[in-house]
Design a protein around this ligand. Structure first.
Ligand code: FAD
Length: 435
């Protein structure tokens, strides 16, 4: 086969794209990954700044779940250093493990009681549309007026789902905490989160595939209702490739544009446009010569305006900062977290929270402030509002955080979409000669 004839074309080298590509190449499919940027990882990538390793998106990675399992299956290095305990909550000036003691009891009683209520609600898909269901904030308010408890739940929603508790259906929250691994164990990648995706890209290449960086898919070609190939802008030229099937990691809305909406039924186009509701996040990367927090993983809060957590990288990964420096990121969810928000005012509130909650923050060196939204959001779809991963085009699938399984979020959810899609491709023998 020439460089321009592939079994699988994967558009985008984000989490979902590279997990799908590693799995496909592991199954023997000749796989081409095309990435517009000069590096892998998409919204879970990393850059260097003055000797500091700065994550440009995802910071914490779940350990022991589907992500680690994927790396094991394809033979990739999974280097994530666990933070123990993973998360503490600053409540009335004390850093508390809410999975233990009185707080643990209260939170688990609340979620268990909520889950019982949940069991009596119609199964997913049969009830109200997600925006008409009670939100997590409403559900918590039914049980308690305590603003610290409400704040903890708000920041749990922000840390895991990248939205406020007002915007997350209670059913999503409760399903996540009662059924999923629920982020019980996690850590940081010492190379920066990009390290994980570099090791998946190595797997693709080891298995005979290629990862083209600085290359953009401009068009997916359709013949007889099937994807047959793509036009790719690479090194200033347009390259035509053919493929037996395609997996897109750029979100259903951008995928629609690559194919042309005229190739899809109007109701599919309508649902993609209607569900194109990304959320937003504000991240402040900062460093200090003095340690500013004791929590070795995430420090979250009971009473903040916008700040959801501060991640302490150098407690477990000192190589992420020059010697003698401590590296942190503070992340906040704006209000509203979906739709338009005033980036300047919301960033000011995150900074105010950091000044009030983190003694010594005033003297810290701010390395960068990033407002991620619109085309580069923390989640393309709020959990509960996802689209299906398959499309009306039989050999085209979406992976990533707009097509998550119900009530899942972040990297874990994107990894899961890749497994489901590749399992479907393999089971249906797509792109292989028949018996
Ligand atoms: C600030 C922030 C903090 C977060 N924190 C966490 C966290 O701590 N833990 C966690 O689990 N999750 C976190 N997330 C969420 C997580 O990063 C995302 O859910 C995940 O990275 C999304 O991956 P994806 O598979 O959808 O692909 P994407 O990251 O969207 O990747 C798609 C790739 O496709 C490329 N592309 C687009 N168009 C084209 C084209 N036409 N041709 C070629 N390439 C193209 C893009 O450049 C991109 O690299 C965070 C996200 C953000 C933004």
């Amino acid at each position: 086969m020439s460089e321009n004839m592939w079994d699988a074309l994967v558009v985008g080298a984000g989490v979902g794209g590279l997990c799908a590509a590693a799995r496909l190449s592991h199954h023997g499919y000749r796989t081409l990954v095309v990435e517009r940027l000069d590096r892998v990882g998409g919204r879970a990538s990393t850059e260097k700044l003055d000797g500091f390793t700065i994550n440009t998106g995802a910071v914490v990675v779940e350990i022991g779940g589907i992500t680690e399992q994927t790396f094991e299956e394809v033979g990739a290095k999974f280097e994530v250093r666990p933070a123990d305990p993973p998360i503490l909550y600053r409540i009335n000036g004390r850093d508390v493990d809410i999975n233990a003691g009185g707080w643990g009891l209260l939170i688990s009683q609340l979620t268990r009681h909520g889950a019982r209520t949940l069991a009596s609600v119609a199964a997913h898909g049969d009830g109200d549309p997600p925006d008409r269901e009670p939100s997590t904030a409403e559900w918590v308010r039914r049980y308690t007026k305590n603003d610290a408890v409400q704040g903890i739940f708000r920041n749990m929603c922000g840390s895991i789902f990248a939205v406020g508790s007002e915007e997350l259906p209670a059913r999503v929250f409760l399903t996540y905490f009662t059924r999923k691994a629920a982020f019980k164990k996690f850590g940081f990648c010492p190379e920066g989160t990009i390290g994980l995706w570099r090791s998946l890209a190595d797997v693709v290449e080891r298995n005979g595939g290629q990862v083209w960086l600085n290359s953009e898919v401009r068009r997916l070609h359709i013949e007889n209702d099937r994807v047959t190939g793509a036009s790719i802008r690479r090194d200033g030229e347009t390259v035509e490739v053919t493929c037996a099937f395609a997996v897109s990691d750029i979100g259903p809305s951008a995928t629609l544009d690559l194919v042309g909406p005229e190739h899809f039924p109007p109701d599919y186009v309508g649902s993609v446009l209607q569900r194109d509701l990304p959320c937003g996040m504000i991240s402040v990367n900062f460093a200090s010569r003095e340690p500013l927090i004791k929590a070795p993983g995430l420090l979250s809060f009971a009473r903040t305006r916008r700040l959801c957590y501060v991640a302490n990288f150098t407690a477990t990964c000192p190589e992420m900062a020059p010697e003698g420096w401590h590296l942190y990121v503070g992340a906040g969810v704006p209000k509203p977290s979906v739709g338009d928000f005033d980036a300047e005012a919301e960033t000011a509130l995150v900074l105010q929270d950091l000044r009030e909650e983190i003694p010594g923050f005033e003297q810290a060196r701010i390395l960068s402030i990033a407002v991620t939204r619109d085309e580069w959001p923390p989640q393309r779809a709020v959990a509960g509002y996802d689209l299906p991963h398959d499309t009306p085009i039989a050999n085209l699938w979406n992976v990533g955080d707009a097509v998550k399984e119900y009530a899942n979020g972040g990297i874990t959810a994107c990894v899961e979409t890749a497994k489901i899609v590749v399992d479907e491709i393999v089971a249906a023998n797509v792109g292989r000669a028949g018996p």
